[in-house]
Design a protein around this ligand. Structure first.
Ligand SMILES: [Zn+2]
Length: 216
């Protein structure tokens, strides 16, 4: 077997760091911060959880990687705003390599979101998705979104990008998510890689370090 295997670097991150850790533990063993996952015999993906909470250091690691995986369990406004801030700090080409993963604990059948009007955190059963309800706090009526739909809407995820669903502790779903993320990144890599670096330099000169000014 002399077939050449591509090696690709990916960052795993989450507003809840323990979600990223459990995801990597499922793939690479308990306590792993780094690991290697083979995707269908065509690529070795080197996964890394950057140390620290989401922030500038994590954004730098994502910019240096081939792609990133954002692991989300809760979808309340507080959690989403952490993810949103991090994504906004990335240049568009790096944003496009971020693959969204909805993670569940084994047996978990509900998810957390915020009331679209007053922001009250709500725990919602999966079986209630797409039904009309009203916020128990402010009585605002709304249709309960599916988790994937909510993510697409919040982060403007284009329809061509899959959203993976994994159960933490389940090797098969977690491996599939890595394969999905790899495909999403490799589909757009060829013509964009050199442009990404030029854009980075431009942005740095114009808005300086530490600015979180969003690009339109
Ligand atoms: Zn409300």
């Amino acid at each position: 077997m002399g077939a050449a295997t591509n090696t690709t670097a990916a960052v795993v991150f989450s507003p809840q760091v323990d979600m990223a850790e459990q995801f990597l533990a499922t793939l690479c063993g308990e306590g792993a911060r780094h690991g290697k996952v083979n995707v269908n015999g065509i690529a070795d993906v080197l996964l890394e959880i950057p140390s620290g909470l989401p922030g500038d250091a994590v954004a730098e690691r994502i910019k240096g990687a081939d792609f990133a995986m954002l692991i989300l369990r809760y979808m309340d406004e507080e959690t989403l705003s952490v993810a949103r801030a991090l994504l906004r700090s990335l240049p568009p080409a790096a944003q496009a390599t971020v693959h969204f993963v909805i993670a569940r604990q084994p047996g978990e059948v509900e998810f957390k979101m915020s009331c679209p009007k007053c922001g009250q955190k709500l725990l919602i059963k999966d079986s209630l998705a797409f039904r009309r309800t009203q916020c128990p706090r402010c009585k605002h009526p709304f249709t309960i979104p599916g988790q994937a739909d909510l993510l697409r809407q919040e982060f403007l995820i284009p329809p061509i990008h899959k959203i993976s669903r994994v159960q933490l502790g389940d090797l098969e779903s977690c491996s599939t998510a890595v394969a999905n993320a790899y495909r999403q990144a490799s589909a757009r890599r060829p013509e964009e890689k050199s442009q990404t670096m030029r854009l980075d330099e431009l942005l740095t000169e114009q808005i300086g370090e530490g600015s979180d000014q969003a690009s339109p």
